[in-house]
Design a protein around this ligand. Sequence first.
Ligand code: NCD
Ligand code: ZN
Ligand code: ZN
Length: 356
Amino acid sequence: MTDSIRELTILQPDDWHIHLRDGKALGTTVPHAADSFNRVICMPNLVPPVKTVDDARAYRERIMTHLQNSDISAERIAAFDPRMTLYLTDNTTPQDIEMAAKSGIVQAVKLYPAGATTNSADGVTDISACVDVFEALEKYDLPLLLHGEVTQDHVDIFDREKRFLDEVLAQIIIKFPTLKIVVEHITTSDAADFVLAQGNHIAATITPQHLMFNRNHLLVGGIKPHFYCLPILKRESHQKVLLDVATSGNPKFFLGTDSAPHATDKKEATCGCAGCYSASIALPLYATAFDSVGKIDKLEGFASRFGAQFYGLPVNQSTITLVNTPMQVPNAYPYFDGTSLTPLLAGETLPWSIKD
Ligand SMILES: NC(=O)N[C@@H](CC(=O)O)C(=O)O
Ligand SMILES: [Zn+2]
Ligand SMILES: [Zn+2]
């Protein structure tokens, strides 16, 4: 065994699922995202949500303003390209979809079953009533991004993703056979198998936490709120399958951090918010996960090629270098109004870091 330093230079990655939030939160989240990623698909679950092209345009401008005010390099500022999504509600019309498709700034639309996750109260209450909207998405070739969990009270939280695939998504696919769909943040072997069984117009994103952790990390030895996100971490056998498919080189699986900031006091609470904050350390996390199974050579496809390919965009030209020199994850970042933001694995050491 040699201890030589290993380096990996890959095309600059994109993040196909990120929450930047709004207002003063952008002062922390935007520079973190722009440090590592060129394109980022910005989730629309703001309060109030991003529902129209005008909302999306205004949100993109607020994001860009925070970039100009940050201390990141001119080169990273020039490369950063937030892509917008619209939040589907019961009132979204086919005309809204047509306008989004023709806007040039809306990359996809997002479906949250009402009540499924953070800020999803305005989401869709009856997916079977979305026929016209799905038809329009199919017609204009605009991808549908799914938070794929059912929400009925009686369904066990660990079964909610599988039940969504079997009972909801399977029906959508039959009725709309060419609709482009991304099953976001998949967490089970069932979801991996489901996506593998479909055509190339159906893909999935995978978060760093679902590759690195399972429900024991969340619950054994005390409850760890910073591992709590939705869909919830599952058992180890699912984690292993996710790691298998992510590192397989299959272009159906690509990077989406689901970095989801909540102030530390909102996580460490009697009713803690769902979401792991990972944007600032996402690439070292993914590198660590891929290296753990000897598949670091598969990282570039997952992080920098397959997402662009799915969305019909060119791959980035610039590169970034990762190195297996350890880094310490900060205990917390300053957030807005005197609050702090605790990242995933706060205070721990990661074996990989980004080379300066
Ligand atoms: N993943 C999460 O646990 N939370 C996300 C919402 C989401 O992506 O489901 C958030 O916005 O906080
Ligand atoms: Zn979600
Ligand atoms: Zn998310």
